[in-house]
Design a protein around this ligand. Structure first.
Ligand code: HEM
Length: 485
C-alpha cells in the first residue's frame, strides 16, 4: 500500500516538475524580446538539433542553413542566437565592447577549475591583463627578430619532405604541414621542438592533445554519458581519459627542464616583457595551460588553412601557373617579408582564408550589462550571441559568386570585402597568433610552389575528401591531401 502511495507521489511530483519546465520554456520561447527572433520552432524548446549538428561535424553548415532561411539574426537553440550582419559582428567583437567569451570556451577546453588560458578567459579585464603578457612575444617585430629562422628551417624541412615523397609516390601535405606547425609552436611554447618533421609522425603529446580535445568536446555535449563511462575499467578507455593528466605532466617536466637549463627563449620569456609585464610571472600551472592552449590553437589551424590553399591552387591550373611565375622572382634566400610582399600570393592567401580559414564559425559571446541592440533586436544581458565568418565570407552581396575560389577578386577589393574578411576574428580577442600564422603560410606557400612547380593532386584525391567537416575548426573529411610530381 505504502509503495503505491510513493509511486503516486513520485508520479505527481514528476508531473509538477515537467509542467513547470514546459511553462518556463514556453514563456522563454513566446514572451519577452527574444521571442521575436526568428528560427525553427524546435530550436525555441530544445538544443537537440544544434547538438546533433555539432556531434556530426556540421554545426557551421546547420547555422548557415538557418541564416539562409530566416535572415541575418536567428535563434539556434533556446539559449543561443547567431548574428551575421557585419555591423553586429563588429559591435560584438570590438575592443571595449565588453562582450565576454561565453562559458562554452572554458568547458570546451576543459578549463573549468579556475585556471584558465588566455583563449578561454571570459572576463574582459582579466583577459586584457593576460593578453598583455603575451602580446610582445607574438608581435611582428619579435617574430622577425627571434622566431623567423626557426620558422624558415621548419618550412624548408617540411617542403623538402613533401618534394621527396611527391616524386616517389605521393606526399600528404596536410600531415607535413601539421608536423611543421607543431614543431614551430612547440619550440615557442616549450623551448624545444617536438621534432615531428624528423620523426615523420605525431608525437605522443600531440596524440594526447587530440584525445583531450575529443574528451572535452564529448564532456561538453554528452556530459551525463561521459560522467558514467569514466568509471568503466577498460584499459583503452582509461588511457584515453588520462590524456589530460599526461599533458599536464609533460608541461610540468618541460618547464622544469627549461628552468634547469636556463633556457628562457620561449613565449614566457622575460625577453618579451612589455613595460615590465611578462608571462614569466604566471604560475607553473598557468604556463602549462597556456602552452597547451597555444599548441592546440597554433597547429591544425595553420596546417589546415595552408593545405586548403595548396589544394585550391592545384585545382585551378591557371592560378598555379601565375603563382609559380611569381614565386620564381624571389631571391634564393628570400625572407618571410619578401614572400609577404608578393601581390598574387597575398591575393591567393586572402581567398584561401575567405573560403577555408580553419576557424569559420561559432564564436559565442555573452551580452554585457544593460543588454544591447543588435540587428534590430534587443538582447538582454547574459544572452549568448554567436557570429560566424563562414556565412559572412559567403555573402553574395559582398562577394560575387561567393562559392568560387577566385584570387582575382582581391585585385581591387571593395571596402565591404576587406571589412567582411575576418578569418582571425576581430577586436580584443583577435587571434594572437595571426602574424605567426601569416609568416608560416607565406614562407610555406612560396617555398612549396618554388620547389614543386609541377605538383598536382594525386589521382586518389576526390573532391569529397576535401569537403569540410566542422568540429570548432573545419578540416577535410578525408583527413589528408595527397600530391604527386
Ligand atoms: C591560419 C591560422 C589561424 C587561424 C585561421 C586562427 C583563427 C583564430 C580565430 C578566429 C580566433 C578567435 C577565436 C574567438 O574569438 O573565439 C583565434 C584566437 C586565438 N588564436 Fe588563432 N588562428 C590561427 C593560428 C594561430 C596560431 C599560429 C596561434 C599560435 C599561438 C594561435 C593562437 C590563438 C589564441 C591563443 C587565440 C585566443 C586569443 C584571445 O582570446 O585573446 N592561432 N584564432
Amino acid at each position: 500500500m505504502a509503495q503505491i502511495r510513493y509511486f503516486h507521489l513520485t508520479l505527481f511530483l514528476s508531473a509538477v516538475w515537467f509542467t513547470y519546465h514546459v511553462i518556463r520554456l514556453a514563456r522563454k520561447a513566446f514572451t519577452g524580446p527574444l521571442s521575436k527572433i526568428p528560427g525553427p520552432l524546435v530550436c525555441r524548446f530544445s538544443n537537440l538539433p544544434l547538438k546533433l549538428a555539432t556531434l556530426q561535424g556540421r554545426r557551421v553548415f546547420f547555422v548557415d542553413g538557418l541564416h539562409h532561411k530566416y535572415g541575418t539574426c536567428v535563434r539556434i537553440s533556446p539559449e543561443e542566437f547567431s548574428i551575421v550582419d557585419l555591423p553586429s559582428t563588429r559591435a560584438i567583437h570590438k575592443v571595449g565592447g565588453n562582450y565576454g567569451k561565453s562559458l562554452w570556451y572554458a568547458r570546451f577546453t576543459g578549463e573549468t577549475d579556475g585556471v584558465q588560458s588566455m583563449f578561454s578567459i571570459a572576463d574582459s579585464k582579466e583577459h586584457s591583463q593576460r593578453r598583455k603578457q603575451f602580446s610582445n612575444a607574438f608581435s611582428e617585430r619579435a617574430l622577425l627578430e627571434f622566431w623567423e629562422p626557426l620558422v624558415e628551417g621548419r618550412v624548408k624541412l617540411a617542403v623538402q619532405n613533401i618534394k621527396e615523397k611527391a616524386q616517389t609516390g605521393g606526399a600528404d601535405v596536410l600531415a607535413w604541414f601539421t608536423f611543421m606547425a607543431t614543431d614551430v609552436i612547440s619550440e615557442l611554447a616549450f623551448g624545444r621542438s617536438f621534432k615531428t618533421l624528423e620523426a615523420g609522425e605525431k608525437s605522443p603529446y600531440l596524440h594526447d592533445l587530440e584525445h583531450a580535445a575529443i574528451r572535452d568536446m564529448l564532456t561538453e555535449e554528452l556530459s551525463v554519458i561521459m560522467k558514467t563511462i569514466c568509471y568503466l575499467p577498460i584499459p583503452a578507455l582509461q588511457h584515453f581519459l588520462g590524456s589530460r593528466q599526461r599533458l599536464i605532466e609533460y608541461g610540468r617536466s618541460s618547464l622544469q627542464r627549461g628552468k634547469v637549463q636556463e633556457n628562457d627563449m620561449t613565449i614566457f620569456s622575460k625577453v618579451f616583457a612589455d613595460n615590465g609585464v611578462s608571462a614569466n610571472s604566471l604560475s607553473d600551472f598557468e604556463k602549462i595551460r597556456e602552452a597547451k592552449s597555444m599548441i592546440i590553437a597554433g597547429t591544425d589551424t595553420t596546417a589546415i588553412t595552408l593545405t586548403y590553399l595548396v589544394w585550391a591552387v592545384l585545382k585551378h591550373p591557371e592560378v598555379q601557373q601565375k603563382l609559380v611565375e611569381e614565386v620564381k622572382t624571389l631571391r634564393p634566400d628570400f625572407s618571410s617579408q619578401d614572400a609577404r610582399k608578393l601581390r598574387y600570393l597575398s591575393m591567393v592567401t586572402d581567398e584561401a582564408l575567405r573560403l577555408y580559414g580553419a576557424v569559420p564559425g561559432g564564436l559565442p559571446r555573452t551580452v554585457p550589462k544593460g543588454g544591447r541592440e543588435l540587428g534590430g533586436y534587443f538582447f538582454p544581458e547574459g544572452t549568448v550571441v554567436t557570429t560566424q565568418a563562414y556565412t559572412l565570407h559567403r555573402d553574395p552581396s559582398v562577394f560575387a559568386q561567393p562559392l568560387e575560389f577566385n584570387p582575382e577578386r582581391w585585385e581591387s577589393p571593395t571596402k565591404e570585402m576587406t571589412d567582411a574578411l575576418l578569418p582571425f576574428g576581430a577586436g580584443s580577442r583577435i587571434c594572437i597568433g595571426m602574424h605567426l600564422a601569416k609568416m608560416e603560410m607565406a614562407l610555406a606557400a612560396a617555398t612549396f610552389f618554388r620547389e614543386c612547380p609541377t605538383a598536382r593532386l594525386s589521382s586518389a584525391m576526390t573532391d569529397g575528401m576535401m569537403e569540410l567537416e566542422n568540429y570548432f575548426l573545419v578540416a577535410p573529411k578525408g583527413h589528408k591531401c595527397e600530391v604527386v610530381m
